[in-house]
Design a protein around this ligand. Structure first.
Ligand code: ADP
Ligand code: MG
Length: 693
């Protein structure tokens, strides 16, 4: 349960003075629905009102706070003209200008004959010194408040700075005093202030450097968040390990037969990874391991051999894919291998209904089925296993942590192997997986031809079609990926349909089309035709992005490549170069290119190392955007910026380790404070792993 000190912070913003439903919905878009969300809505700029010149010295264009005497109100002759108030000091005269003025209000706030302090942008107009609609008006006693530095926040329609500023002041009035969760020595060494002071300081920047992610206050807040993240991951991991306690050890009888039928030798890193995985499974702590390997590095066969080890030990194994196409692809690859081993594989996807589904579920429950492949349909509540020993999750970036946990609930101490083709940069790895064990496939299978990547102006489309034609005459097959248009799948599909029709003029019925709006069966049919060689050119939207394996495909054309992200381009390109023939990737672009787009295309041309590409991607897009992608399954941070704060991440990880080594259920005073930290950053799920959580 959330500690009481945080109750108010997690109340809706409508509880703040002056925040009604309309404004609340604006604030929700900007920051979130609760007061705590405003805490994390940090300023991105400032207005310095400390410039306080005499009227005659006031520089036009600058924000100034001026003390003056109100001399005379001049009501306009008609409503379209502004209301003017003549003012002065001992150096000169200044006119305050108001359009659509409310006379009563102005008479009250700026009474004739009195001294006032006003703050706003100074202008000169027809030799008059003016301030139009001053931002603030106050009495002499309020001068200190007026001569302040005002934070500027990101805004949205319907939420002005003034209105947000008021809500923010309200919200910041509710920042609680919290017991210190950081190590005092560490704080001292970094010269970091208490959390509350830092939060308030970030909201009242005094200079531009206070807005930098590297300012002391922001560093501390970022560190708090990273520590919460690492602590939560470590707790999850400890918990999963704790619940293990059974070694699953195969005898090699099944995998031996598979190794006999596959037409290749395992690469060095495939062998190493497999050994790491089977050792983990054989040990009495539960496995939680990531198998990371670039596209085409041969993760599937490693997974299959691991699954067979689980089956040899008398348990069941499942492989989960993020899409139906991929699940079927896996089934196709794995079926002959399972046959060689003499065991049966079943497929369970969302398409299976009624009697068919019941029969599959029955097999899993009774234990008659040893090996299953599927989509998230395998996660559903009514799917039970007799004895699930190993779960392999393919293409993890499409799943969230949540699914991983649901899966863990399917049995005691299930070993989990997560496969990812996305070469997640190290920094991001830590935040998403904590110190999860990692196996890496570094070397590509032998005999692979490198892929030659060329960038081509879309104007030369005719040449591209010609080149594809020649490659097909030589027995090759080609993917033709159509551009992303806005965020609309309908428009994507329309573009793909147009291209399909155009290519039909050239390739006749040897060209097929597959896109995200097609029904599963229709999609399968086209994919099968392409894999089987009944069609030579497959026009597609990005549905082919992940995992599809057609070794004969040696050409990848990507239209409007400038619109794709680096990771996506790399994934797409990974669809070719899987056989022993030379492959070509043609990136079609349309001028004019932005600098980033140019950089992206050049990177693609220069390297096919997934890790280099991932790091470059991080650099070009920034971690925020990388993490922002919904389906990434990576956590989003409120304050931490993985580019600027990458250095803090390793420290936070070590810190989390140290803390849990000494106080694994967070029961010491510092431990209790850390629990509050977890709640503050909404890592509530992790608290449930604590003994007395
Ligand atoms: P990914 O890591 O992208 O999932 P796959 O497992 O789909 O890669 O493997 C890509 C292709 O490489 C498959 O056709 C697979 O049969 C083949 N392959 C895997 N391991 C080897 C190897 N050691 N030598 C040659 N080919 C291999
Ligand atoms: Mg794969």
């Amino acid at each position: 349960m959330r500690p009481q000190v945080l109750y108010t912070a997690f109340e809706p913003v409508t509880g703040l003075k002056g925040v009604g439903p309309r404004l609340a919905s604006g604030i929700e878009t900007l920051a979130g629905p609760r007061i705590v969300d405003l805490f994390w809505h940090l300023p991105t700029g400032l207005i310095d009102r400390r410039y306080a010149p005499k009227i005659a010295a006031a520089e036009a264009g600058r924000i100034a706070t001026i003390t003056l005497q109100v001399d005379r109100h001049i009501k306009p002759a008609n409503k379209r003209l502004p209301y003017k108030i003549l003012c002065s000091d001992d150096s000169g005269k200044l006119v305050l200008v108001f359009f659509h003025a409310h006379e009563d209000y102005l008479k009250k706030t700026l009474p004739e004959g009195e001294m006032r302090v006003v703050s706003g942008r100074v202008e000169t107009f027809a030799k008059e010194i003016q301030i139009t609609h001053p931002d603030h008006i106050g009495t002499l006693a309020e001068i200190d408040k007026l001569m302040s530095v005002e934070p500027v926040y990101p805004l949205t329609a319907g939420v002005s700075l003034k209105v947000l500023g008021k809500a923010m002041t309200g919200a910041l009035g509710h920042v609680p005093e919290l017991a210190e969760w950081q190590d005092p020595e560490f704080l001292k060494a970094n010269k970091w202030q208490p959390w509350r002071d830092c939060l308030l300081a970030t909201h009242s920047p005094q200079s531009l450097s206070d807005l930098e992610p590297t300012s002391k206050a922001r560093l501390r807040l970022a560190y708090d968040e990273l520590l919460a993240n690492q602590l939560a991951l470590s707790l999850m991991r400890l918990h999963m390990h704790k619940r293990a306690g059974r070694g699953i050890k195969g005898d090699g009888s099944l995998s031996k037969r598979v190794l006999e039928v596959i037409p290749f030798e395992l690469t060095g890193s495939q062998q190493t990874s497999l050994a790491e995985i089977t050792d983990d499974m054989a040990s009495d702590t539960r496995m939680l391991r990531l198998l990371q390997g670039d596209v085409g590095s041969g993760k599937t066969v490693v997974a299959v051999l691991a699954m067979l080890a689980a089956v040899e030990a008398g348990t069941q194994a499942v492989l989960m894919a993020p899409t139906e196409i991929l699940a079927r692809q896996h089934l196709k690859t794995i079926t002959p291998l399972a046959e060689a081993a003499g065991i049966e594989v079943v497929l369970l996807t969302g398409r299976d209904k009624g009697k068919k589904r019941d029969a599959i579920l029955e097999g899993l429950k009774s234990g008659d089925t040893h090996l299953a492949i599927g989509t998230h349909a395998l996660f559903q509540d009514d799917v039970e296993f007799a004895d699930l020993g190993l779960a392999v999750i393919d293409e993890q970036h499409r799943f969230g942590v949540h699914q991983r946990l649901t899966l863990a609930a399917k049995g005691q101490g299930i070993n989990v192997l997560v496969m990812t083709a996305t070469p997640i940069p190290r920094t991001l790895m830590l935040t998403a997986y904590g110190d999860m064990d990692v196996s890496r496939l570094m070397d590509k299978p032998a005999g692979r031809q490198p892929i030659e990547t060329t960038t081509v102006d879309l104007k030369r489309l005719g040449d591209v079609v010609g080149a594809v034609k020649r490659r097909i005459a030589d027995g090759g097959r080609a993917y033709w990926v159509c551009p992303l248009i806005e965020e609309s799948e309908v428009l994507d599909v329309a573009a793909a349909e147009d291209r399909h029709r155009a290519l039909e003029q050239v390739f006749g019925d040897r060209v097929g089309l597959v896109h995200g709006r097609m029904k599963g069966l229709a999609k399968d049919k086209v994919m099968a035709a392409f894999a089987g060689g009944d069609i030579d050119v497959l026009v597609a939207t990005t549905v082919i992005e992940v995992g599809v394996d057609v070794p004969e495909a040696t050409v990848m054309v990507i239209e409007h490549a400038e619109r794709f992200g680096l990771a996506q381009l790399h994934q797409l390109r990974g669809r070719i170069g899987r056989g022993s023939d030379k492959s070509n990737c043609l990136l079609l672009f349309q001028e004019p290119l932005t600098k980033t787009a140019k950089d992206r295309l050049a990177t693609m041309r220069d390297t096919d190392d997934g890790f280099v590409i991932a790091e470059k991607d991080l650099q070009l897009r920034g971690a925020g955007e990388l993490l922002g992608t919904r389906q990434s399954g990576l956590p989003e941070f409120r304050v931490a910026d993985l580019e600027a704060h990458a250095g803090l991440l390793a420290a936070a990880r070590d810190d989390a380790q140290l803390i849990l080594n000494k106080d694994k259920d967070l029961e010491t005073p510092r431990g209790k404070a850390l629990r509050t930290l977890l709640y503050l950053f909404e890592r509530d799920a992790a608290v449930r792993y604590l003994r007395s959580g």
